[in-house]
Design a protein around this ligand. Structure first.
Ligand code: FAD
Ligand code: NAD
Length: 467
């Protein structure tokens, strides 16, 4: 078969690229090695983790805040098997949706491992060992990533696990030891802490979510400590061993003392690496970067081989589903001869704990390093009527604006529905709004978004109304 475009991988990068190619009239095929479409995000990432975050949040509220709202419940209990079953149903509906979209857009899908024979010819090796060959004028590599491991800490997938296993456990851990205080660790740690597990986080750096604005990590740690999570910051894990149902994790303290923690599960969440195994990149002369194993691409997301593109987690930049989707659209439009654009500085980052954490643009630390003069405006949710009504008073919105022009350079928030609210900041910054622009726009009352306006008022002229 001859195609205009062959996409390898059906995650948010690959399936969006395939749909956009088809919309642009290109004859498109998508190869996926697993039996369901959607990649990490739909099968073992964004969607199942959010399903469990929502379920566990409901339980936590029922157990801890309903009483204050005047709602009494007897015999509240968790049916963990049902919780996991519902998560799987959400995943099945979502991955099934991609099959529907492929059919609707007349995209031909192949199930099997795609590998290069030459730059225009792809061999598909199916689960039964049979092979099929297809050719395409252009190929988009969208093969994503897999969890990183620590060389001295073998993952047995039973007691020492990755996020994939943490999403399908058969029991609620008694003591979950988390290695890595990044996004995965804190989201999945929140799920189990809410369900009653003791959760201990061992993080190498001196703060959690260390790549985000420092103020966010500090506030999130305070909130998660209230939830009962323990933090060992600046600690270096040195090993882990499993005996029966027990896991022992050993680590060095910042003062180089040796310590250990015993639990029943250890989740290793120390980042992810690009996945290119079995692609046969050597056949077409593409090499991967030593660190992170990413494929190098130019500003058009084209590799060193003309007509072969790469997108999503397998190339540089944030490992985020929406970044992969944006690159999928971008590359399809490049192939179709258009001139698309991605503003990488305005890709928001979100952590779906409660309160949620969301961020876009420069952090305070980055602006200081760049030598940019800036103003800071902030507004705490405890001063928001809407937040008091819903009992979500932890957190704040922080706005960084250029000292001379008042242009918004960064927005960082931790609070209720921050994941949705950050969209306002993205739109404002894409149109290069000043903090005063936002201050002068009407925000419905009472909403959490009023906190963004108040933080902008604070940044512009220290004239927030409610603080
Ligand atoms: P992937 O989604 O990894 O898809 C790659 C696909 O390619 C896979 O289906 C794989 O089977 C297939 N493949 C690989 N090699 C071959 C081959 N040779 N032949 C055929 N098929 C192949 N991001 C967010 O933005 N928000 C979130 O809330 C979020 N939550 C997450 C939670 C967890 C627990 C995890 C692990 C990740 C989360 N992410 C989240 C990150 C997000 O899942 C990834 O950034 C995103 O899936 C990357 O998309 P992709 O298309 O590049 O790759
Ligand atoms: P991460 O990079 O967010 O966090 C990993 C953490 O582990 C870091 O804080 C790092 O300092 C720490 N670490 C590394 N080595 C360590 C060691 N030896 N001992 C102790 N700590 C160590 O990575 P992640 O949480 O594994 O997530 C992987 C990717 O998945 C991220 O790039 C993220 O963007 C994506 N993801 C996104 C979301 C979301 O958008 N909500 C959710 C989950 C995952």
């Amino acid at each position: 078969m001859q195609y205009d475009v062959i996409v390898i991988g059906s995650g948010p990068g690959g399936y969006v690229a395939a749909i956009r190619c088809a919309q642009l009239g290109l004859k498109t095929a998508c190869i996926e090695k697993y039996s369901t479409f959607g990649g990490t995000c739909l099968n073992v990432g964004c969607i199942p983790s959010k399903a469990l975050l929502d379920s566990s949040e409901h339980y936590h509220n029922a157990a801890h805040t309903f009483k204050t709202h005047g709602i009494g419940l007897d015999n509240l209990k968790v049916d963990f098997e049902q919780m996991i079953k519902r998560k799987s149903e959400v995943v099945a509906q979502t991955t099934g949706g991609i099959s529907f979209l492929f059919k609707k857009n007349k995209i031909t899908s192949y199930q099997g491992v795609g590998s290069f024979i030459d730059k225009n010819t792809i061999k598909i090796t199916k689960a039964d060992g049979s092979e099929e060959t297809i050719s395409g004028k252009n190929v988009i590599i969208a093969t994503g990533s897999k969890p990183s491991s620590l060389p001295f800490l073998p993952v047995d997938k039973k007691r020492i696990i990755t996020s994939t296993e943490a999403l399908t456990l058969k029991e609620i851990p008694k003591h979950l030891i988390l290695i890595g205080g990044g996004v995965i660790g804190l989201e999945l740690g929140s799920v189990y802490a809410r369900l009653g597990s003791k959760v201990s986080v061992i993080e190498y750096m001196d703060s959690i979510i260390p790549t985000m604005d420092k103020a966010l990590g500090k506030e999130l740690q305070k909130v998660l400590t209230k939830l009962g999570m323990d933090f060992y910051l600046g600690h270096k894990v040195t090993g882990a061993s499993v005996k029966g149902k027990d896991v022992t994790v050993t680590f060095d303290t910042p003062k180089n003392e040796k310590k250990e923690l015993k639990g029943d599960y250890c989740l290793v969440a120390v980042g992810r690496v690009a996945y290119t195994d079995g692609l046969g990149l050597d056949k077409i002369g593409i090499t991967v970067e030593e660190r992170g194993r990413k494929i190098t691409v130019d500003e058009h997301l084209e590799t060193s081989v003309k007509g072969v593109y790469a997108i999503g987690d397998v190339v540089r930049g944030a490992m985020l589903a929406h970044k992969a989707e944006d690159e999928g659209t971008f590359v399809a439009e490049i192939i179709a001869g258009q001139k698309p654009h991605i503003n990488y500085n305005l890709i928001p980052g979100v952590v779906y704990t409660w309160p949620e954490v969301a961020s876009v643009g420069y952090t305070e630390e980055q602006l200081k390093e760049k030598g940019t003069k800036f103003k800071v405006g902030a507004f705490p949710f405890k001063a928001s009527g809407r937040a008091r009504a819903s009992m979500d008073t932890d957190g704040f919105v922080k706005v960084l604006a250029d000292e001379a022009t008042d242009e918004i350079l960064g927005v960082h928030m931790i609070g209720p529905r921050a994941a949705d609210m950050i969209a306002e900041a993205v739109v404002a910054m894409e149109y290069r709004a000043s903090a005063e622009d936002i201050s002068r726009m009407s925000h419905a009352h009472p909403t959490y978004t009023e906190a963004i306006r108040e933080a902008c008022l604070d940044a512009t002229a220290k004239r927030a109304i409610h603080i």
